[in-house]
Design a protein around this ligand. Structure first.
Ligand SMILES: Cc1cc2nc3c(=O)[nH]c(=O)nc-3n(C[C@H](O)[C@H](O)[C@H](O)COP(=O)(O)OP(=O)(O)OC[C@H]3O[C@@H](n4cnc5c(N)ncnc54)[C@H](O)[C@@H]3O)c2cc1C
Length: 272
C-alpha cells in the first residue's frame, strides 16, 4: 500500500534569534530543518508544540530561504505562548502557502505600498523583492502608519529603507519627539503625487485601515484592478480544506492572500 504524505506534517524549525520590535510584537528568526523556498506575500503555518498553529507571513527576503523571519503580534492563545519561547526552542513550520504578490504585474510601474501596523511583515518581504530588481520599477513609495511611535516595527531599518525608497511615516498619536506626520495612514496619500496611469497600490494592515485605505485610493483615482490587497481571515488548515477563510468562492489560503480589489469588490463584509 502506498504511503501518502500527511499535508499537515510540519518540519522542525529552530528559533535562532528573537528580536523585540514593540511591547507586543517580536520577530522570530527561524531556521527550517529542510529548507523552505517561497515568494513574497506567501505565508507559513507555524506550530507551537502542544499548543497549536497559526498562519504568519514571511517577512524576510525570498533569496534567504534558509533563515525565515516572522514578525508576530501577541494577540491570543497561540501567539502568547510563542512570545514566551526562547532562542534555541523548536517550532513547526509548514508551507509555503498562498499565491504571493504577482510581481510580473508590477514590472514597469510605480509601486505604492500603503501599510498599517503589523501589515509591515509581508510588506517587508515585498520590499526586499522589489529592491532586488529595483531597475524594473520606475518608483517605489511606501506610506506606513502605526498607532504610536513605540509601535513602529523594524525601527532599526527605517533609515536604510529611506535611502532606497520614498518612505512616509505617520502615527495616530505622536509623542514629544515625533517630527513626522500625525494622523491615520490615509493622510499620507494627500502628500504623495503618483502617476495614476502607471501605478499600482498594495494595501496591507488591519481591516479598518484596509477599508479606508482602499476607499481613499479609489478616490485618488486608482482603478480597482490596480489595487492589491493582502487579506487576513481566521484560518486553520492553510490548504483549502477547512473552509474557514472563504470569501464567497475564494479561499484566502489558496487563491490569496493577495487579491485585487476588482476580484473582491462585489462581496459584502470583506473588511471584517
Ligand atoms: C495569511 C495570514 C498571514 C498572517 N500574517 C501575520 C503576521 O505576519 N504577523 C502577525 O502577527 N499575524 C499574522 N496573521 C494573523 C495571525 O495568524 C493571528 O493573529 C494568530 O493566528 C492568532 O493566534 P492566537 O491563537 O494567538 O489568537 P486567538 O486566541 O485565536 O485569537 C485572539 C484574537 O485574534 C483574532 N484573530 C485570530 N486569528 C486571526 C486572523 N487570522 N485574522 C484576524 N484576527 C484573528 C481572534 O478573532 C481574537 O480576537 C496572519 C494571518 C493570515 C491569515
Amino acid at each position: 500500500m502506498s504511503q501518502q504524505k500527511n499535508p499537515y506534517q510540519p518540519q522542525k524549525g529552530v528559533i535562532e534569534k528573537i528580536i523585540p520590535e514593540t511591547p507586543g510584537i517580536k520577530t522570530f528568526v527561524v531556521r527550517p530543518e529542510n529548507g523552505f523556498s517561497f515568494r513574497c506575500g506567501q505565508f507559513a503555518e507555524l506550530t507551537v508544540p502542544g499548543i497549536g498553529e497559526g498562519p504568519f507571513a514571511m517577512s524576510s527576503p525570498f533569496f534567504k530561504p534558509e533563515l525565515l523571519e516572522f514578525t508576530i503580534q501577541n494577540v491570543g492563545y497561540m501567539t502568547s505562548r510563542l512570545h514566551q519561547m526562547k532562542e534555541g526552542d523548536v517550532v513547526g513550520v509548514r508551507g509555503p502557502y498562498g499565491n504571493g504578490f504577482p510581481l510580473e504585474e508590477f514590472y514597469g510601474r510605480e509601486v505604492l505600498l500603503l501599510i498599517g501596523g503589523v501589515g509591515f511583515p509581508p510588506a517587508r518581504a515585498l520590499l526586499y523583492s522589489l529592491l532586488k530588481e529595483k531597475h524594473k520599477y520606475p518608483r517605489i513609495l511606501m506610506c506606513y502608519g502605526a498607532r504610536t511611535p513605540e509601535e513602529i516595527v523594524y525601527k532599526y531599518q527605517i533609515e536604510d529603507f529611506r535611502k532606497k525608497i520614498e518612505l512616509h511615516l505617520t502615527v495616530d498619536k505622536a509623542d514629544k519627539n515625533w517630527t513626522e506626520t500625525e494622523g491615520v495612514v490615509t493622510v499620507l496619500l494627500d502628500k504623495v503625487r503618483v502617476n495614476l496611469k502607471n501605478s499600482v497600490a498594495v494595501v496591507i494592515g488591519p481591516p479598518v485601515m484596509m477599508k479606508f485605505g482602499t476607499l481613499k485610493l479609489l478616490d485618488v483615482g486608482y482603478k480597482p484592478e490596480d489595487i492589491y490587497l493582502s487579506m487576513e481571515r481566521k484560518m486553520y488548515c492553510g490548504i483549502g480544506q477547512c473552509r474557514h477563510c472563504l470569501i464567497d468562492h475564494y479561499f484566502i489560503c489558496k487563491d490569496g492572500p493577495v487579491f485585487t480589489y476588482e476580484q473582491l469588490k462585489d462581496f459584502p463584509d470583506i473588511w471584517e
